[in-house]
Design a protein around this ligand. Structure first.
Ligand code: PEP
Ligand code: MN
Length: 366
């Protein structure tokens, strides 16, 4: 009987002892995490990796050697491995926070000023123009239509990254020259893709924004060169790039000293065949949350379908995009690239009217 009377009280006291041990463990784990954080900061300054397998093995060997039981060595190893992993995750997370593209580092939206047009300032912009600059006449006809529709920023490729080496590769510097001449006539700002790091500095003489295309999103030498100039950069999401890879690519440019970077979602590869690529609308609010950089959506290369470009543009704006990119050609049937998906001028006018009618656009640019 005595025992029965004693049992509840001893269970209670053991439980309360256990609670105390839990709190001590928690305190020790938190202290350990703080120390791990400090180590992480030092490692970051030294440029070393977070994970140090030799050091981890040393700690495990020492712990197993000092194991007083009753847990066997395997269990001790397992428990501490969990603690080490949590610490490593903490260090990786801390480093992530430090990315220059991150909103945790900079709360305010980055804005890109192109003449009187501000990208990322709350008024979405429309960037339009031909896939490729093919001739002075073709570029001029497109520019006149853009101007009439109120567009202030024109695109036009001069260096074309084509899947086949036998396809039109672009007019190169001559294309940039045409773009510059036409833009000056209509008072437009220009965007064109640069593929060679050696052309990055030279590009500023011809264009207002350098585009880094999807195929070059992880061309690190090109990203570094883009970081070394003051020209704004429009960085396209890679064909199969994760959001994390996309942001890290942008980080290369910011880390190099150029903070004038815009991100553009242009569809990613999936199994879906109904569209050219799968437009990842969810990337828009995620990128806006994660980063302070302007986020745009290319409705041409993502969908590859004229019939759904307007609803996709509206969806992008509803999701918070700072702008839309769309390809327009005065005569798509004879276009030297992307003939099937460029809007002709009447189609472009209908597209603009449709997107404007959504009420998602403020007055002005769009
Ligand atoms: C382009 O915008 O001209 C282009 C080639 O697009 P992407 O790099 O997204 O394929
Ligand atoms: Mn194109």
């Amino acid at each position: 009987m005595n025992n029965e009377e004693k049992q509840p009280s001893s269970l209670e006291s053991l439980r309360s002892e256990l609670n105390g041990i839990n709190r001590q463990l928690l305190e020790l784990l938190s202290r350990r995490a703080e120390t791990v954080r400090e180590i992480g900061r030092i490692k970051e300054k030294q440029g070393g990796p977070e994970f140090d397998p030799v050091r981890e093995q040393e700690m495990l060997t020492e712990l197993v050697a000092a194991n007083p039981g009753p847990f066997d060595d395997k269990t001790i190893r397992h428990l501490f491995k969990q603690i080490f992993q949590a610490s490593l995750d903490l260090q990786v997370q801390e480093r992530k926070k430090e990315l220059l593209v991150s909103r945790r580092v900079r709360k305010e939206d980055t804005t890109i000023q192109l003449g009187s047009t501000v990208i990322g300032g709350g008024r979405p912009v429309m960037i339009a123009g031909p896939c490729s600059v093919e001739s002075y006449e073709q570029t001029r006809a497109a520019a006149a239509a853009l101007k009439a529709a109120g567009v202030t920023v024109m695109r036009g490729g001069a260096f074309k990254p084509r899947t086949s080496p036998y396809d039109f590769q672009g007019l190169g510097i001559e294309g940039l020259r045409i773009l510059k001449e036409v833009a000056a006539e209509f008072g437009l700002k220009t965007i064109s893709e640069i593929v060679d790091p050696a052309h990055v500095e030279l590009a500023a003489e011809y264009i207002d924004v350098i585009q880094i295309g999807a195929r070059n999103m992880q061309n690190f030498e090109l990203l570094k060169a883009a970081g070394g100039v003051k020209t704004p950069i429009l960085l396209k999401r890679g064909l199969a790039a994760t959001i994390d890879e996309f942001l890290n690519a942008a980080e290369y440019i910011l880390a190099g000293g150029n903070s004038q970077v815009m991100l553009i979602e242009r569809g990613i590869r999936t199994y879906e065949k109904a569209t050219r690529n799968t437009l990842d609308i969810s990337a828009v609010p995620i990128l806006k949350q994660e980063s302070h950089l302007p986020v745009l959506v290319d409705v041409t290369h993502s969908t590859g379908r004229k019939d759904i470009m307007a609803p996709c543009a509206k969806a992008a704006l509803a999701a918070g995009a700072d702008g839309i990119m769309v390809e327009v050609h005065p005569n798509p049937a004879v276009a030297l690239s992307d003939a099937a998906q460029q809007l002709d001028i009447p189609q472009f006018e209908r597209f603009m009217a449709d997107v404007r009618s959504s009420g998602l656009l403020k007055d002005g640019v769009l």
